[in-house]
Design a protein around this ligand. Structure first.
Ligand code: NMX
Ligand code: MLT
Length: 434
């Protein structure tokens, strides 16, 4: 089918049966046990969550529904004009929702749905335009998404439909949210940093083009990079703070607007999504101290100084143990389009210098760069210079993955999430030592 909801309905029927059979046969099979280390260590590595949309391998990186990043970028439908090389995020959403690589017609279905659902409610514009311009863009995004919940059919009709139909209400809300989030983000951009532009949706343009145009950006190469950016940041399995927050809040049957707002609040943390802002701040400080072409020794001593009081942003990961393939994909894009940019060169210089430095500390599990190490310098090169805005772009992209998964979470009738907690005294008593 070319209709996403119908295509999902087919997949949901098959997958529900698979899950019921698997749970029946293996409901008591152990896949791991919590240790005291897990309990105090942020549940690192503890198998405890379900997420069907993507899986993160420590060495290989993310697979979207089984497809690696290079496979995804090669297989998804791409623009046929404007020299666009990067696939449509609409296609990635279809893939995350159905597990199948979409046809061109299926991508057009998603584009058309989002284009006709994308008009912003008046109160959202009023809300955003009344915020002080210096309110952090992530706080604006979070507030606007919460205030969108006036539109939620899921919360209005929750008690009127059978449980196994709840996903359909969630689907409608998620499609509305994804249609509107780009206009919300564009208005945050123009209100905070330029002259506010009332977001318009041109039905002949794709999701990313409308987003960029509403930000005041029309250059095809920048729009093409934005398509890549939207795909790369979309999903990173279920345990990262933003995806987990969306899932947790959604499990209380909160609607997708409130759930996504929670995810945005988590993404706004400096060691999660806000690291892309922090990386650019770091590069700026380095350039301020040592100029635009610092020597390797200057970069090294700058990093050593930074390590005395904090982390090197853009490096390390809770799961990954190799260079993030999302970093590599951005690097490859730059090798083609931006290889002479001085800031991009600094990103690559850091890539050479930081890993051995972090390794020498002897405690960092992963000394390699993550997605955030690269994006800021590219956005700067493309004249999106306002670093406080960078995590909003991450948030728009993350909505693709988390909204696909929240529909599925309701389709699989997943229960309220409520793990057990303990006090230290109780744990001491349980393990029988002092
Ligand atoms: N610079 C300095 N120290 C680091 C770094 C780094 N980039 N990464 C980890 N460490 C330290 C970490 O602070 C911890 O120190 P301590 O024991 O003194 O508390 C130690 O190494 C062990 O931490 P790990 O187990 O390697 O990392 P963990 O899983 O706890 O945290 C991150 C993962 C991503 C939070 C951490 O690597 C970090 O803070 N990185 C810098 C911020 C960043 O780039 N975040 C973005 C992640 C991607 N995203 O978009 O969300
Ligand atoms: C993400 O994309 O969410 C980050 O890489 C953090 C994570 O996976 O924990």
């Amino acid at each position: 089918s070319c209709n996403l909801k119908e295509a999902m309905a087919e997949q949901i029927k098959i997958h529900r049966e698979k899950v019921i059979k698997f749970r029946k046969e293996h409901g008591k099979t152990k896949v791991g046990e919590a240790t005291i280390g897990n309990i105090y260590g942020g549940m690192r590595g503890l198998p405890a969550l379900l997420c069907e949309t993507s899986y993160l391998d420590p060495n290989e990186g993310i697979r979207f529904r089984g497809h690696t990043i290079p496979e995804t970028l090669c297989e998804l439908p791409k623009p046929e004009c404007d020299g666009g090389e990067q696939p449509y995020p609409e296609g990635l959403f279809w893939l995350l929702c159905t597990g199948c690589i979409p046809t061109k017609e299926q991508v057009e279905f998603v584009r058309d749905e989002w284009n006709c659902r994308g008009k912003l409610p008046k109160h959202i514009k009023t809300l955003l335009l009344n915020f002080p311009k210096n309110l952090h863009p992530m706080a604006q995004l979070s507030a606007a998404l919460s205030a969108m919940n006036i539109k939620s059919q899921f919360s209005k009709k929750l008690n009127t439909v059978k449980k196994d139909k709840l996903w359909e209400l969630m689907y409608e809300d998620c499609m509305d949210l994804l249609a509107a989030i780009t206009s919300i983000a564009a208005l945050i951009y123009t209100h905070s940093f330029k002259t506010p532009i009332d977001p318009k949706i041109d039905e002949n343009l794709c999701w990313t083009e409308n987003f960029c145009h509403n930000m005041g950006i029309c250059e095809p190469e920048i729009i093409d990079f934005m398509r890549l950016y939207m795909i790369l940041h979309s999903d990173h399995e279920g345990g990262n703070v933003s995806a987990h927050a969306v899932h947790l809040v959604g499990s209380a049957l909160s609607d997708c607007y409130l759930s996504m707002s929670a995810g945005i609040n988590g993404l706004a943390g400096p060691i999660h999504g806000l690291a892309n802002q922090e990386v650019w701040r770091f590069i700026q400080e380095l350039v301020k101290k040592h100029g635009k072409t610092p020597t390797d020794d200057q970069v090294k001593s700058f990093c050593q100084d930074a390590l005395k009081t904090g982390v090197i942003p853009g490096y390390g990961h809770a799961v990954l143990r190799k260079t993030d393939p999302r970093f590599t994909a951005q690097k490859e894009f730059c090798e083609k389009h931006l290889k002479d940019d001085p800031n991009i060169k600094i990103v690559w210089q850091l890539f050479k210098i930081v890993p051995p430095l972090l390794e020498s500390l002897g405690k960092v599990q992963n000394p390699w760069p993550n997605v955030d190490a690269h994006s800021g310098a590219i956005l700067q090169a493309y004249c999106i210079t306002e670093m406080n805005y960078y995590t909003v772009l991450f948030g728009v992209s993350r909505a693709l993955g988390t909204m696909a998964w929240i529909i599925w979470a309701r389709a699989l009738l997943l229960p309220i999430e409520r793990p057990k907690s303990y006090t230290t005294d109780k744990l001491i008593q349980m393990v029988g030592s002092s």
